[in-house]
Each structure stands twice: as C-alpha cells, then as structure tokens.
Design a binder for this molecule. Structure first.
Ligand code: S3P
Length: 449
C-alpha cells in the first residue's frame, strides 16, 4: 500500500524539453473496478499493474473491511473474492472510508445496497460536498434504504435489501453512476437497464463481461442503454491493468508544449471512451502517435510517442462541447493550461459537471490561469481563452485537487520564473509518482521540493 505523503508545496521552474520513455501508474478507473468486482467473484483474482493512486487504495481498504483478503505481492495483488454474498458487515463505527474518492463511494454503494446488512460510508471534506443524490435515487428505486446528510451528501448509511430490477434513465452521463447501478443490478431479481444521455467510459461493461456477468449494450431513444441480468455468479480473472491515460495526459501536454520534446509513454490504456483528449490535441496540430497496440480483457493499450508541436485552433476558434465532454472530463484542467498556448480561440462548454468534482474545477482552473497572468473568460459551464499567452510564475491554489496540482505543474514548466504549487502532495490521490517522474525527465532544477 503506497505511503500517503504529508501536505507541502512544490516549486516548478520554467524548463526546456522532455525526452525519454516513461511508464505511468495503472489506470485508476480500471483499478477501482477490478478491486470491487474481483472482491465479489467466487475465487482468487491476480491483478498486475494495480494503480498506486490513494483513491484506489481507499477501495482496497473498503473491501478489506468487508472481510475480503487482499494480498500485496511485488507487482501483483491477490484478491480473494468471496462470491456475491461474501461480504460481512464492517464494524460500526468507524464508517467505511472512501477518502477523497467519488468512485469508491458511488460505486461501492451499488454493492452495499444489496448486502444483508447495513453499512456506513464516509469521506473527506471534499467528498462530503459532492452530490450523492445521483446514486441514492436509483438505489432507493431498487429497494435499498439510504440515509444521507441533508438527503444527498456523505456520510451515507445504506441498509442493504433484496433488490428489484429497474429501468433507469440517468440525467447525467456519469460512469460512476452507471457502475453503481450495474453493480447493484448483479444482485437484482431480473434485468436492470441503465440509459445514459451520452456514452461515458465503459470499463465496467467490459470488465463485468470478463468476470462472467450477463450484460448487453444497445441504443435507445434516450441514449446508450445497458441491460444486466441479476444473479449470475462471477468467476475470478487474472487481470493486467494498463497505464492511466488521464495521468499520461499531463506528460502528453508538457511534451507537446515544450519545444524539442520527444517522449514515449508506455502501455497506456487507449479505450476509445478515454482517448478523446489525444484526438482533440492532434486536431489542434499535436504530434501524438500510437505504437504497439494490443487488446487485453477487452481494453486496448498502446505506447504513445509525443513530439512537441505548435497548436492552432480552427479558423473562428475551437469549441469542445456536447457529448465529447464526458470523454475528456478528467482532462479539462490540463486543457485549461493547453488552451493558453493554442493560437486562436479555445473554448470548453457543457462542462458544468466540473463544478462538482474534487474542487470546483472551472473556478480553480480559471483562478490558476489568472494567477499566472493569463486571460480567461469563465462561464457557468466552461471557459474560453485566446492564445498564445505568456505565463509568469505564481503561487497556485490547488484547493487540494490532484488534477489541478498536476495541470498547473505543467503550466509552471511553461511559465517564466518559478511557480509554487500549494498542497502539491494532493497529486497522490491519482499519481503519487508524478513529481519524481517529472524530475527524472527534467533534472532536479525544474522541480524543487
Ligand atoms: C470515473 C468517472 C468520472 C471521472 C472520475 C472517474 C470512473 O466521474 O471524472 O475521475 O472511474 O468512473 P463521473 O462518472 O462522475 O463523471
């Protein structure tokens, strides 16, 4: 289990180019799912490449507290699944601790709703401010009884019940909500269907099938639809987690923007529901190419080569909006940095969801760009900027948000002078190795602890 670092700031100094080859940690979304799904499979799954992310270890700790043994070996975890009804109640108090992780709280709740006992799940101050009504509603329709602070915030108390299959149309395109309902659907008395307005990341669908769940995808008038049959016992799987493209995104951005860069990022998950960031960058003139593509467990992975390039918006400006937002949702903070360097106007809209992430990411990113001397217009659902702009070193308020800390570390490499990233260690939430990997490419001068 990775150590959690103390909170401290880091200085990033302007830097030349990034050259070499790196690995990024295992995909966070896939790691959460494999810890949860393997924990309710009948037997032992061996998982290689599990994420170092603190969030994913919150999930591991939750399943451990529910009685599932997770052994840590060099390079692999052994998850001794105990079958669909193998969990036992975690002693109360304390509650199960989801830490900073929305994925842990929302997706685990789908499993807890079906157990034959009551669970409490809580998280840190940021997680306690994030909306849980979006999972409470479908789980309540399925028959679970959930009490929450003010009806919609953590901590949650979840009384497990025999669940009814439902047809549910989600108002948000959220893979966390979809996964929560699919996991609950594993236990329901029939076929549960879930319709989302746009396709969100589909790791749960791919993985549930690998573990033997009966799941069908189709299209409906309201959007993409999934149907899962309750009652199927899951089999264990030996699983290899590919690298996290959302972690790679910071290095893709830095290598694109720092002239003279040529960087290879090995074995990155290239699931098409996660690669829109690369398509967007290449559409703006970036040079990101894919080598050695392979497929495992239905997930595509490959090596990325990133060479620096000048970025230019379409004539009249480039706007990202509508269905693409769900596929770049975690990359918007770094797109706020990239946006300052694109020639022409760059705009993101329909991204209101960012206001309820680990921080209000529209506000935090806009404030950070302005702190660096950049000009950006803020909207309720996004932002717009006109580039290229020159940035100057400043102090960045991360609001404890890992993706803001890493995105604005990239900005620090581009800016003249020195940039201080406050509470920089929050990067551990998804990418504990971020600063050491960055300084292994830049030399100590660019990253000062
Ligand atoms: C995730 C889905 C996204 C994303 C989060 C991880 C997942 O959240 O922002 O970092 O693993 O399913 P939403 O599903 O709430 O949009």
């Amino acid at each position: 289990m990775p150590e959690v670092a103390m909170s401290r700031s880091i200085r990033i100094n302007g830097h030349g180019s990034l050259r070499g080859a790196i690995n990024v940690p295992g995909d966070k979304s896939i790691s959460h799912r494999v810890a949860m799904i393997a924990s309710v499979a009948a037997g032992t799954s061996r998982v290689e490449g599990f994420a170092s992310s603190a969030d994913c270890w919150s999930t591991v700790e939750c399943v451990r507290r529910l009685g599932v043994s997770v052994e840590e070996h060099p390079g692999a975890l052994l998850i001794h699944g105990r079958g669909l009804y193998g969990y036992g109640p975690a002693s109360i108090p304390p509650a199960l601790d989801a830490g900073n992780s929305g994925s842990t709280m929302r997706m685990m709740s789908g499993l807890l709703a079906a157990q034959r006992f009551t669970s409490r799940i809580d998280g840190d101050d940021s997680l306690r401010r994030r909306p849980m009504g979006r999972i409470i509603e479908p789980l309540t329709k399925m028959g679970s009884i959930i009490s929450a602070r003010e009806g919609r915030f953590a901590p949650l108390e979840i009384q497990g019940r025999p669940l009814k299959a439902i047809d549910y149309a989600s108002p948000v395109a959220s893979a966390q909500v979809k996964t929560c309902v699919l996991l609950a659907g594993l236990y329901a008395d029939g076929i549960t269907t879930f319709v989302e307005p746009f396709t969100s990341r589909n790791h749960s669908e791919l993985m549930l099938r690998e573990f033997g769940a009966r799941l069908v995808s189709s299209e409906s008038e309201g959007g993409p639809r999934l149907s899962i049959e309750g009652g199927a016992e899951l089999r264990p799987v030996d699983y290899r987690v590919p690298g996290d493209i959302s972690s790679a995104a910071f290095f893709i951005a830095a290598a694109t923007l720092l002239p003279g860069s040529d960087l290879v990022i090995r074995r990155v998950c290239l699931n098409p529901s996660r690669t829109a960031f690369i398509d967007v960058l290449n559409g703006l003139g970036a040079r990101v190419t894919i080598q050695n593509m392979r497929t495992m467990h239905g997930e595509v992975a490959g090596d990325l080569r990133v060479e620096s390039a000048a970025l230019r918006a379409e004539p009249g400006g480039t706007t990202l909006s509508g269905s693409i937002i769900a596929n770049i949702i975690d990359e918007v903070p770094v797109l706020a940095v990239i946006g300052t360097q694109i020639e022409g106007r760059f705009e993101i809209r329909d991204a209101r969801e960012l206001r309820v992430k680990e921080s209000d990411r529209i506000r935090t990113a806009v404030d950070a760009v302005r702190a660096l001397g950049g000009e950006v217009e803020e909207f309720d659902d996004g932002f717009a900027m006109e580039g290229p702009q020159s940035l100057r070193g400043a102090t960045i308020e991360t609001k404890g948000d890992h993706r803001i800390a890493m995105a604005f570390s990239v900005a620090g490499l581009l800016a003249g002078g020195s940039t201080e990233i406050l509470d920089a260690d929050c990067a551990s939430v998804s990418f504990p190795e971020f600063y050491s990997l960055l300084s292994s490419l830049t030399g100590e001068g660019a990253v000062e602890r």
